[in-house]
Structures are given as structure tokens and as C-alpha cells.
Design a protein around this ligand. Sequence first.
Ligand SMILES: [Zn+2]
Length: 463
Amino acid sequence: MLNDLKKLIAIPSVMGEAEEGAPFGKAPRAALDCFLEIAASYGLKTHNENGYCGWAELGDGKDMLGILGHLDVVPAGDGWSNEPYSMVCEDGLIKGRGVADDKGPTVAALHALKRLKESGKKLNNRIRLIVGCNEENGSECIEYYREHCEIPKASFVPDADFPIINSEKGILHLTLTFPRSQRLAENFVSIKAGMRHNIVPDLCTVVVPKESKLFDAISSLGSDSSLFLNPKVAKIIISGGMRTQDFSAHFFPDRIALEARGVAGHAMCPEKGENAAMKMLALLCGIMGEYAPEEFKAVTKYLCAPNPAPLLSIEAQDDVSGNLTVNTGIVTVADGKLTVALDLRLPVCANHETVKKKIRECFPSATLTENRWSPNLYIPENSKLVQALLSAYAETTGGEKKCLYCGGGTYARELPNAVAFGPTFPNLETNIHNVDESFPFELFNKLPDIYEAAILKLDEAYA
Ligand SMILES: [Zn+2]
């Protein structure tokens, strides 16, 4: 099993330029070929779906159950203590890019199929291990699969956590575009913060032109570092729960450049980051007072909080999926126009149309655009699928039968009646998407046991 994994890790299957038969580049295609070759050598049926994805299949039942993994990886980045594409096993850890996300668990699932094949056990369903080549860059692989291939009756996806994630929040991306305002145009050359809806911006930069009221107001408070020592400015910052050292100012003959620094974070838990854009707008509103643009007043009123859901009157929470979160991912001002991009994560109990309506009411002057709506994934705990997987997990590991929910979107969203099932055990850090990705050797060896048991339970449940 480790040999198979080593072969796959050696292929740096990061997304590249599309080619004939390789829609996500040469390397993901090479990883797919390598995987299918290994699967075929174990006597499993294999199929390559035009380089988008492929599968290894066992059995000849009428109906089919799925396992979904992926062979593409995110770039290794610098700073590894080992060579990321040359897998090693040391200090009880298997190390290399993809050992946890997601080549390792995919190979473990393949070996579960291999064992079942060797046992000669007759299954009710065909078991298809589908492998995608584009999970890390939009899951186009599985979109292609859904359009062209047979959909499994139920699936599990070894690309997140044990015991099981049966509930994922709905993901809503919105953009508020405010009409051009003279006051913004006169006082700001530009404001820039953030590049994506789903990341807390850690930097906000503002350029204020010389011939403006704001330029005069700032200049009268101090020049350069003394600006933030001015009692008026310090009071605004500190009463807003911010630190003066998070701001800096540079004075030029024709402009002032301001910077606010925060802490980046993922939109599924925005309260763990510090939003630099919100800090900056709070500061600007404080300095400008009555003269602050109406758009800024609205944005600070409704969005300036670690979780602004209550401010927007869209607070929601339930036991199966947690609370509604809001992240302000992008704030820009250009040519007098303010644009604000939001990432909202909705629990099952929240309705996305109602949420949009409330946001529209808070910002009546803005145009609201929906950039993405990915509905909740929710498979009840008492369903056949969840029960079969939980008992496989409990029986093979002695672990607790417990459902988890998450604010992120896992690969399980891509298929109907699918849930994420491993490979990460509770309290295990595997450094996925980071340097020194690893997976404990001993736990890795347990994965085929768990996945084999899961296949057998599911096959029974869906007989
Ligand atoms: Zn993954």
C-alpha cells in the first residue's frame, strides 16, 4: 500500500495548462493513469473519463455505491523539512504532499477494494471508487462526472474528518455595489482590501488625495506616526477594540497613504481572523465624523463585528449545523464607487432568500449580486448511509459514534446522498494545504480496515 502511495506522491499533480485528454494539465492526468494502472493490476475494472476523472470498480451488481477521492494536490510551497514529492516514512509519520489530502485515503480505499476482491465475497452492489483530478480548483472533474456518468445510490468521501460530517453549511457569496458618490470620489483615490469572498482580509490600503477634506482633517491631527498618537485618533482606535500599532500612515506632497493590518482567516470562522477593512472603515468614520460617507456609516453599522449576523438581523443557529457566519472578504473604492463582497455560511435552519432580503434592507442604495449559492449538505443522523458508516467506524476503531458539522464545503457536496468520512481522526493535525503534510503510519494502516467495513455495511444497508 505504501509503495502505491509513494508512486502517486511522486507525481506533482498540481493543476496546469489544459491539453488534449488532460483538461487539468499533464500532471493530474499522469496521476490518474498511474492510479488506474495500479487498480487494474489488482484485477479491478477501470475507466478513464476523458482525463477529468476515472474509477476502479468491483462487483457486478445492478446498483452502484460510490467512494469519491481525488488525485490532484495544491502546490507544495517552500519550507518543507523533506522533499514534498518524495514520500518518506519516519518518526512514525508518512510525509509528502497528498498523503492526507487526498492520495493517502484514496489509496487506502483502493486497498479496501483489493481485499474485498481477493476475499471473493459476493456483494449486492457494484462498488465504484471514483477519483477526480480537479478537487482543489473547483471540482470540475466531478461536475463532468455528474453530467456523463452513473450516479451512485450513496457515497462516502474520504476527504475530511472522522467520524463523519453529515452537515455542511450553505455557502452564499454576495456582492454589494454602491452607486458612485461624490463624497467618496473627492476623498479617496482608492481603497483596497481582500481578493476573495472567503478569506478575512489582513490588509487594507487607502489613498487620500491632497485636495480633499479628509486630507486636511488627517493632516490637522498629526503627520506620519504622530497621527496615531493624537488623543482623538487613539480614542477611536482603542474604543473600537483595535490596536494603534495595526495602523500606519505615509505622508506625500500629493497624497496620504493609510494602512490597516489584521489577521487573515477562513470565512467559515471569521471570528478567528481580524478584518483589516473593517478596522479601516471604523477609523475613517471616526476621523470623518458627520462628514463620513453614508455608505461607510452603513457598512460599519451592519458589518463591523467579529460576527455581524445579529447586526444584519440574520442571526440563526441550530444543533445540526451551528450558527450563521458572515465574512466581509473584499472592500474596494474606485472612481467613487464602493464595492463590498460577503461570504455567508448558512445553517440548515436559515433560508437563503430571506437572508438576501434582509441584507438588501440594510443596504437599500446598493445593488446586490449573488455570485454563488451552494446549498447545505445535510444527511440525517438516522439515515441508512450515516448509520452504516458510523457503525463501521465504531467497530473498527472503538471510536465514538458522533456526527460532525462543518462550515466549509467538502468534496461530498459534489454527489447526492454523500457524506465525508475520514481520513483525519479527532485531534489529529495533518498539515493539509501546508508545508510538512503528514499522516501517522499506524493510523494510515487502519484506514483500509475502516473503509472495508464501511463498504460491507453499506452494501448490506443498500441490498
Ligand atoms: Zn481534498
